[in-house]
Design a protein around this ligand. Structure first.
Ligand SMILES: [Fe+2]
Length: 505
């Protein structure tokens, strides 16, 4: 026999016939296999195999306790590299097939001759090499599969983290609620590969939903009636027929809107602000026709939560800003009220500036900036002596120098309150001139911020057309002529042109 390292091979003989066991053990020792142990039942064999590692098992089929086949199954399950040789006196074809199916390496028919053992061991020895090679290949394959699965999981985690970061980052740059609603719809479609999305808010007054942003829903109305349950806003439901006609997703019942609903081609995410129902996000039809999964739900809930937080922050900021602006406007009005001639001046200037800006097709943000910056453009006069401000006579050079500080004083007050650049530039630069001879920065032409150029024209026109301590109001026609005369020197010609159109109307 051509065994290598026979002395290190370990063999377990499992048979309740001790004579057979002893003969077999003697033979194995004769051929150099010294590590042989004998047990007389399947139970003992399994216990033994948990304690020691064996290479071969000679296993009798007919034993008390658990049968040879049951023992074989358990050995095969737990120790795949062990070669089990079945010993039986009744080798029917069924028994052979059953044993081979359950991992037997070969058969030894009782009574057996020693040369039979020799042949089987030689055969198994060859087979073992293949078996070990095959086992290693399988192990490698399994390891490779595990690595691939881990890679897929890792990629998904990276994608998820990227999406979450993207949401946090981009939301922090949005400053208006309207933009957030559009962002919600756009990102829901992008992150879930969906074709339709819609964001609606609840209207508490009549239990309806108002569509604020949508994509892919051509026929949908902008106002949808819901069906309230128990007069509770949180128990609003949406009619199943409505859902079917707009999202092409058949559902059995009306949809309750304060919970997440996940169907095959539709997911709805409740949108709460401070724990109160505020709206609902619908996303439908994934492009690859797959169902919305737990990951989609996680992303959309995260998106909705962060967007809700941003909307809340914007509302808080706006409230704060409005109350701050209201205080500043009262302060500016109080300054103007000290002089009966300048009463309501800033408010008239603001109205006029907004009309001119509209004529110049300024955008909503610019008009809003004029609306907030206009009434406080002279707020810096709080730092100027009343005697100078209300002096009926001509100002001395020093007094005029002092007056010229008011834009800078105004900016110093406002900048410490955290208002925006546009409001600051209205306050700082409303006395600049088109030809660069204004103050405080001597800016020229389009270096002067547009809103400051607009306010400068409105400011000058109101000053000319209202009574002052030192003169009466100039006639309207004279004021118009003054604007024309100073267009291109004091004033921006484009602004003058727009103002003339406004005054002619
Ligand atoms: Fe001023």
């Amino acid at each position: 026999m051509t065994y290598s390292n026979l002395e290190i091979l370990k063999v377990l003989i499992v048979d309740d016939e001790s004579a057979i066991c002893e003969n077999l053990k003697s033979y194995l020792e004769n051929i150099g296999i010294l590590g042989t142990k004998i047990v007389d039942s399947g139970e003992k064999a399994l216990i033994e195999m948990d304690k020691e590692e064996y290479n071969y098992v000679f296993l009798d089929l007919m034993m008390d306790g658990i049968s040879g086949i049951e023992t074989l199954k358990k050995i095969h399950r737990g120790h795949q590299l062990i070669s089990v040789i079945i010993m039986t006196g009744y080798p029917s074809i069924d028994v052979v097939i059953d044993a081979m199916h359950n991992g037997a390496a070969d058969f030894l028919v009782k009574p057996f001759r020693f040369q039979d053992i020799k042949i089987i061991l030689e055969k198994i020895q060859k087979y073992r090499h293949l078996q070990i090679k095959n086992w290693r290949l399988n192990q490698e394959l399994e390891d490779k599969k595990k690595v691939e699965e881990l890679n897929i999981q890792l990629e998904r985690k990276i994608r998820l983290q990227t999406i979450l970061y993207n949401i946090m980052d981009s939301l922090s740059q949005i400053n208006s609620s309207e933009e957030i609603y559009l962002y919600l719809v756009k990102k829901a479609i992008e992150f879930c590969n969906a074709e339709k999305a819609c964001f609606m808010i609840f209207d508490k007054k009549d239990s309806s939903l108002i569509v604020l942003a949508q994509h892919g829903l051509d026929r949908m109305a902008s106002w949808i009636k819901t069906e309230p349950i128990e007069d509770s806003l949180s128990k609003m439901t949406l009619n199943k027929d409505f859902v079917y006609s707009n999202f092409a997703e058949f559902v059995d019942n009306n949809i309750t809107l304060d919970i997440v609903n996940r169907f095959n081609g539709l997911i709805t995410i409740p949108f709460n602000i401070r724990g109160e129902p505020f709206g609902v996000l619908f996303v439908a039809q994934k492009e690859d026709r797959r169902s919305f999964d737990k990951e989609d739900e996680f992303i959309l809930k995260f998106l909705a939560e962060k967007a809700a937080l941003n909307i809340e922050n914007i509302a808080l900021y706006n409230n704060l800003k409005h109350s701050l602006m209201a205080s500043l406007i009262s302060l500016a009005s109080a300054i103007e009220a000290k002089d009966s001639y300048t009463k309501q001046h800033s408010s008239r200037v603001t109205d006029m500036a907004i009309k001119i800006a509209s004529q110049m097709r300024c955008n909503t943000d610019e008009l809003e900036m004029l609306r907030s910056g206009g009434p406080i453009h002279d707020i810096g006069k709080i730092g100027i002596n009343d005697m100078i401000l209300n002096k009926p006579d001509r100002l001395t050079e020093d007094e005029f120098k002092s007056i010229k500080n008011h834009p800078i004083i105004g900016v110093n007050i406002i900048s410490s309150l955290g208002l925006g650049f546009q409001e600051l530039s209205i306050i700082r630069n409303h006395h600049e001139r088109w030809d660069g001879k204004g103050y405080p920065d001597s800016l020229k032409e389009k270096d002067i911020p547009k809103l400051s150029r607009i306010l400068a024209v409105a400011d000058a026109f109101d000053a000319m057309s209202s009574n002052r301590a030192y003169r009466n109001a100039l006639p309207f026609a004279v004021c118009i002529q003054e604007l024309k005369n100073n267009s291109g020197t004091q004033f921006d010609p484009e602004v003058v042109e727009a103002a003339l159109t406004v005054f002619a109307a």
